[in-house]
Design a binder for this molecule. Structure first.
Ligand SMILES: [Zn+2]
Length: 416
């Protein structure tokens, strides 16, 4: 590193340290920052002046004097910089506008209309972003960027969605399409890893350094956090938990093409399909009534509700799916020795019927020395888990000062 580069790097690290001290304290003086950080008073003053210019810190007037001049107190300013988070789901495009405390200021939700193809979905996403941006009025240039959660295999080196079975996309260039229209940094990642990041920054991750977020919705994925960092793998595709084979002779084909994948057995679509098969074979169940005798309308939610009402077929189908999920999670626990497993996604709305089976299966199947202290918890943000994670994609970059705040960017920042 050249002397100029290393001086810049040290300044960035010191600025990070100062910003963290200001965020961790309701109010703080320059003198206390100097004392706590070990940085000289002139260095602190220069850094604080820059942070005020960036709109990340504000002066709130005089504090109490310890003799001499009363210090000018500083505090973190969350309402000068904003982030848009998008959960690009197969049924809805859900967007939020948030401040730097991750408080939601505005939200928008519209149907995705997957059948409109990549450009149709992107245009609808753009509409959601523009509606949220308009909420900022005169502060529109205070928008720091767009974070997005997308279902699919994301190739981080190429910065594209390489394959998304849910959207039927191959090599979809989200940033390439939206960037010229928005002129703002766009960061996207796989929905489950994004959920895990949301948990890391604002949820259970405050308590744990090693945990795995399992998303059980239309598909199944895992976001693995090791030592406070997401596990990416060589291309950014680690965590395809749903596509491990659990039934080698299964007749049930997964969307990935393989047979007997966990996703085919335990996801929302897998549960609905298993119940449908039983009913087609003539099994009796209140599910027939619940779906108005139209098996195409059958959902995993109906299966969970029927099971709770004591319907034997529904209970068997749901229990089997939850048991397979528990077997898969036992493997994750044995492999990664996490402190907690956090389960999110639509299927978790089934509640105890899912969690009880997963917990008892883990108890029976995972190595007891590894699993006995592992907590198995529901995701912190429920249906907002993905969108809050999407906000965190930009938030971590702003708070780590990985790019300038409050200004526009003409090029896509590469994924770290
Ligand atoms: Zn599969």
């Amino acid at each position: 590193m050249s002397p100029i580069a290393s001086a810049k790097y040290i300044l960035k690290l010191n600025t990070r340290k100062v910003l963290k001290l200001i965020r961790d304290n309701a109010t703080i003086s320059r003198a206390d920052i100097s004392k706590l950080s070990g940085l000289s008073a002139p260095t602190v003053s220069r850094i604080v002046d820059n942070l005020i210019k960036e709109g990340l810190v504000e002066e709130i007037g005089a504090g109490i004097s310890n003799g001499g001049r009363r210090p000018n107190l500083l505090r973190f300013c969350p309402n000068n910089n904003f982030i848009i988070g998008i959960d690009l789901g197969t049924t809805h495009i859900y967007g939020v506008l948030a401040n730097l405390e991750a408080e939601i200021i505005a939200e928008e939700k519209i149907p995705t209309e997957v059948e409109s193809g990549f450009y149709g979905v992107m245009d609808r996403t753009f509409t959601v972003i523009e509606k949220l941006r308009a909420q900022l009025g005169k502060k529109q240039n205070h928008l720091n960027g767009i974070g997005m959660a997308v279902a699919g295999l994301i190739n981080k080196k190429r910065n594209i969605v390489e394959f998304s079975p849910n959207f039927h996309w191959h090599d979809a260039d989200i940033a390439g399409y939206l960037l010229p229209k928005l002129n703002l940094p766009i960061f996207f990642d796989n929905v489950t890893r994004v959920m895990a990041l949301g948990e890391l920054y604002y949820g259970v991750g405050k308590k744990y350094r090693n945990f795995i977020c399992v998303n059980v919705g239309y598909g199944i994925g895992a976001g693995i956090i090791i030592n406070g960092q997401p596990l990416l793998g060589t291309h950014g595709m680690a965590g395809e938990f749903g596509h491990i084979t659990l039934e080698k002779d299964s007749k049930i084909q997964c969307y990935c093409g393989n047979f007997g994948c966990l996703e085919a057995l335990s996801s929302g679509s897998g549960i609905a399909r298993a119940a449908r098969l039983e009913l087609e074979n003539g099994a009796k169940s209140i599910l027939l009534e619940m779906c108005d005798n139209n098996l195409d309308n059958l959902t995993a939610e109906m299966v969970a509700n029927a099971a709770k009402k004591g319907d034997i077929l529904a209970w068997n189908v749901f229990h089997k799916a939850a048991e397979y999920l528990g077997i898969g999670i036992s493997a994750l626990i044995n492999l990664f020795n996490p402190e907690a497993i956090v389960i999110g996604g639509g299927v978790t709305q089934a509640g105890d019927i899912l969690f009880d089976t997963v917990r008892s299966t883990v108890k029976a199947r995972a190595l007891s020395r590894i699993s006995r202290e592992v907590e198995i918890l529901p995701a912190t943000f429920g249906p907002k888990a993905a969108v809050m994670g999407a906000v965190s994609l930009i938030m971590q970059k702003v708070l780590n000062l990985d790019y300038k705040t409050g200004s526009k960017f003409g090029e896509s920042a590469p994924l770290a």
